[in-house]
Design a protein around this ligand. Structure first.
Ligand code: HEM
Length: 181
């Protein structure tokens, strides 16, 4: 996806920035381990989102229109499974955004604007700021499984700090969004 920023977002300079969250060593560890999962992004995205919806059945309604299978009904959504192909496509979109964030970790200004833009759009999808950290358990357990011994304690902590930064900026975008006049 590359370092692409959305337009028209005012970035407040008083907010905490990337170097406040992560060290250069964290950035190196996350970028190196990202390279290992990148080739299997579809599969990784699918596992993350299946796990996310298993752990957060209350959030499935938000995705109903986009991810339902032909037989899925809103009344049974908490127990039914989403369509795998659609889930995979959606997983890929979110993984590409995460990948863009990981690739842009050296360019914190661009990245902040990109993430705040994602947050603003999430406000329109009905996502609330407090839902964002709920993605982390599904991400960390999947990375652990996929990377095995390449996901040691140091790498795990580096990912946690990077996700904290990414999540905080997405949440900032959700909270800052106001309807355009
Ligand atoms: C770090 C956290 C997250 C990132 C980077 C992320 C990224 C994305 C991206 C790139 C899209 C594609 C559309 C767009 O760019 O606007 C998307 C769509 C969406 N996301 Fe997220 N997301 C995050 C967290 C969440 C959470 C926690 C929820 C809900 C609980 C959520 C719900 C949605 C929904 C409902 C859509 C729209 C689906 C559709 O109709 O296409 N996202 N997300």
């Amino acid at each position: 996806m590359g370092c692409v920023a959305s337009k028209g977002v005012f970035v407040q300079s008083s907010q905490k920035e990337l170097p406040d969250y992560v060290s250069p060593d964290d950035i190196r560890l996350v970028q190196e381990s990202w390279l290992l999962v990148q080739s299997d992004m579809d599969n990784v995205g699918l596992i993350i989102f299946k796990r996310f919806f298993d752990l957060n059945k209350d959030l499935k309604r938000l995705f109903f229109t986009k991810l339902r299978g032909d037989s899925m009904n809103i009344d049974t959504i908490e127990t039914a499974d989403f369509n795998d192909e659609k889930l995979k496509m959606h997983g890929r979109i979110v993984m590409e955004a995460l990948g863009a964030a990981v690739e842009c970790l050296h360019d914190s200004d661009q990245l902040t604007v990109l993430l705040i833009g994602i947050g603003e759009r999430h406000m329109m999808y009905g996502v609330k700021a407090e839902m964002v950290p709920r993605l982390w358990p599904a991400i960390v357990t999947t990375l652990e499984e996929q990377l095995g011994e390449n996901f040691d304690n140091k790498t795990g902590k580096a990912w946690e700090r990077v996700f904290h930064y990414i999540g905080s900026k997405v949440m900032q975008g959700i909270s800052a969004w106001r309807p355009k006049k």
